[in-house]
Design a protein around this ligand. Sequence first.
Ligand code: FAD
Ligand code: NAD
Length: 460
Amino acid sequence: MTENMKVDVLVIGFGKAGKTIAMKRAASGDRVALVEQSSTMYGGTCINIGCVPTKALLTDAERHHAKPTTDDSTAFSEAIQRRGTLTSKMNQVNLDLAEGKGVIVVDGHASFISEKTVEVTGGEERMEITGETVIINTGAEPVVLPLPGADLERVIDSTQAQQLDERPESLLIVGGGPIGMEFATYFAKFGTKVTVVDTVDKPFANFDRDIAEHVGTIMDNLGITWITGAQVTEFRESGADAVTTVWKDGDGNEQTADTAQVLVAVGRKPATKDLGLDKAGIELTERGAVAVDKHLRTNVEGVYAAGDVNGGPQFTYVSFDDHRVILSDRWGDGSRTTDNRVVPTTTFIDPPLATVGLGEDAAREEVEARGNTLDVKAADIKDIPIMPRPKILGNPEGRAKILVERETDRIVGATLLCVDAQELINTLALAMSAEIPASTVGGGIYTHPSSSEVFNALLG
Ligand SMILES: Cc1cc2nc3c(=O)[nH]c(=O)nc-3n(C[C@H](O)[C@H](O)[C@H](O)COP(=O)(O)OP(=O)(O)OC[C@H]3O[C@@H](n4cnc5c(N)ncnc54)[C@H](O)[C@@H]3O)c2cc1C
Ligand SMILES: NC(=O)c1ccc[n+]([C@@H]2O[C@H](COP(=O)([O-])OP(=O)(O)OC[C@H]3O[C@@H](n4cnc5c(N)ncnc54)[C@H](O)[C@@H]3O)[C@@H](O)[C@H]2O)c1
């Protein structure tokens, strides 16, 4: 039997934006249904298989590496266990929170059958749910390489890499983006021999070269081998306990490596498969994301797309901001849009690597095009005497760089590779979006010893 349900707000996917809108609208008295295809994903990617579990694993890896209290394999298993306990608690808390606010959580896979109606399958029974407002928040899924052997058991993705029963002796990671960098750090700190291969022609290609050099040293110190210009062509079984990765190097020569596991981390694509978007007439971008305008409206009235599925930057806090944009458009004055967003990033290597705004080359080009001058305020962390916190913590590695347009005193970009960079970058992002002058940030009174003193050192 098919059950039909009509709601004010239908949310597809338990992601950051969707759950936040669902809870707020339910608390405001709307009838809200939220469809989630997997009970292991209540609360979405971030808390179950993304940000939170990986940072818990990295924290345990860092603690173990700094001061081992047991052998690598035992410490690795304990970290995996703690991750499991933490995520199941958070998963349950998210379900309880949503239901506590009156959200009707529906288990099953949603697929559009018309503009504002989805069919839900896979749960206890088939249902049709129609929403006056529909929020698509289905996230993203790992890109699978279309290569021979990509489906071998030892070739895994970032979710499986968080749930290994045993510490692998060796690991090859395909892709040196944030997932590659973080997992390389995590495994290497538990004593796994890590090799990373990437197609890009230089390591850490998205970062300024001086910063990339420091990152390279950090990876070298962990014994991680970073290979660029590599085109992976195949994975092959190699005996009972290894897999061979085959790639062409920059000169076109074939290279191979045998490792216990291969982690493929070559990006994540918007999760639009089996969503029936064609039946709703919802348009996609060329890259397969749900096409949206600056209010996150799709081409169908009352249907929005939030988070990774709309093709924006793939971060939890961007999905969180998406929820504000949608609330503003649908239930507010529409003034909040995706225009002029300042989006900081942090990759959680050790120390963390954080960015906001432009890199040095792009900043110079942009500032000089305005006839102005770019001031590069930069220093190696070990050479900043008035910021002793990294030394106190025993980790003075790294470099800090803040880019300032001299004539306007505006911060146009920053890269911080240092202890507490994940916090510091938010101050700079706020200064940029609120147009607080660089000299004001530099003239702040900051507690001592704190990492914020880097602002006194570079901008004061
Ligand atoms: C390993 C890893 C580490 C990361 N680390 C960070 C980090 O440190 N910081 C950061 O900001 N970001 C990080 N990210 C990215 C971040 O997790 C995502 O950008 C964010 O979670 C996306 O949220 P979302 O709102 O788009 O949806 P998601 O949280 O992805 O939720 C989508 C939900 O929709 C469900 N779903 C999909 N299709 C359907 C359907 N048809 N019917 C019903 N349900 C469906 C899915 O099961 C899922 O639960 C990381 C990602 C990964 C993979
Ligand atoms: N700390 C964080 O905020 C954090 C952490 C992890 C993930 N994330 C989010 O998740 C997203 C996905 O991460 P990701 O690292 O998988 O993707 P990514 O797209 O950011 O990086 C993928 C890397 O794989 C390389 N690559 C692509 N195809 C390849 C191939 N065939 N062979 C070898 N290398 C190849 C690319 O050159 C790139 O360096 C990120 O973009 C980020 O938004 C964020």
